[in-house]
Design a protein around this ligand. Structure first.
Ligand code: SF4
Ligand code: SF4
Ligand code: FES
Length: 221
């Protein structure tokens, strides 16, 4: 088995090639009581800052989704500590300004782009904040669709803005007031109806998978 060397908290360890950073932590005996949750890239608990050899900038990733690479230096980032507002939805279609009732600091954005640089899932966070300032709630909601609420964008913002919470609020607004049809679901249904996934269906229903399928069905009944 090939090994790579990684550095965590100042100590260098040899770990198997091809595993994720979370698996590497288990391999070296780190308990991981914190800094890990879903293991599927969805909960944002495992944010890390990584420096690669020969580079002087840090990159942020999700440890459960990131394979180890030789020479990487890893620091686990603290969990989201930003204050969560109690921000109820308005009773009628929201005015552009409703967001600032709960997140007034959003307008202090100085356009430094630090939040976008740090986002481990590649969201243009600053663009989302600028759209929020412009009152474009649906645009903000779209931009934050993949947000895993790790809180790194808020942690680095010198203006005290909490972009992820702004994103979450606009997604709630959008769900409540703007989207009347599940457009993505309808698109997918149309794709299925037009035969776009027929090959995958055929594979799924093929004889070589039938045993596994029977096994699953037996377990479920
Ligand atoms: S880090 Fe804060 S101030 Fe800088 S662009 Fe992002 S939201 Fe604006
Ligand atoms: S937008 Fe902020 S909270 Fe959401 S994934 Fe990016 S850095 Fe994390
Ligand atoms: S453990 Fe949930 S995103 Fe990594």
């Amino acid at each position: 088995m090939n090994e790579v060397k990684i550095t965590v908290d100042g100590a260098t360890h040899a770990v198997p090639e091809g595993i994720t950073v979370v698996q590497a932590m288990w391999h070296i005996g780190r308990e991981m009581m914190h800094d890990v949750g879903c293991l599927g890239g969805a909960c944002g608990a495992c944010a890390i800052s990584v420096r690669f050899p020969g580079r002087f900038d840090n990159q942020c990733y999700l440890a459960c989704q990131t394979p180890v690479e030789h020479g990487m230096t890893i620091a686990f980032m603290p969990s989201d500590a930003s204050k969560k507002e109690i921000a109820p939805l308005p009773r009628t279609e929201p005015a552009e300004q409703v967001l600032f009732q709960y997140y007034p600091e959003t307008r202090r954005c100085v356009g430094c782009r630090s939040c976008s640089m740090v986002c481990p899932v590649g969201i243009d966070v600053m663009g989302g904040v600028r759209a929020a300032i412009a009152g474009l709630h649906q645009d903000v909601a779209d931009r934050f669709t993949n947000c895993v609420m790790c809180g790194l964008c808020a942690a680095v913002c010198g203006a005290g803005i909490r972009p992820h919470r702004v994103g979450a609020y606009t997604r709630r607004l959008t769900g409540a007031f703007y989207e009347k049809e599940a457009t993505q679901l309808l698109e997918r249904i149309n794709e299925i109806a037009s035969g776009e996934y027929q090959d995958e269906w055929n594979t799924l229903l093929s004889s070589e998978l039938s045993d596994a399928r029977e096994e699953v069905l037996n377990e479920c009944t």
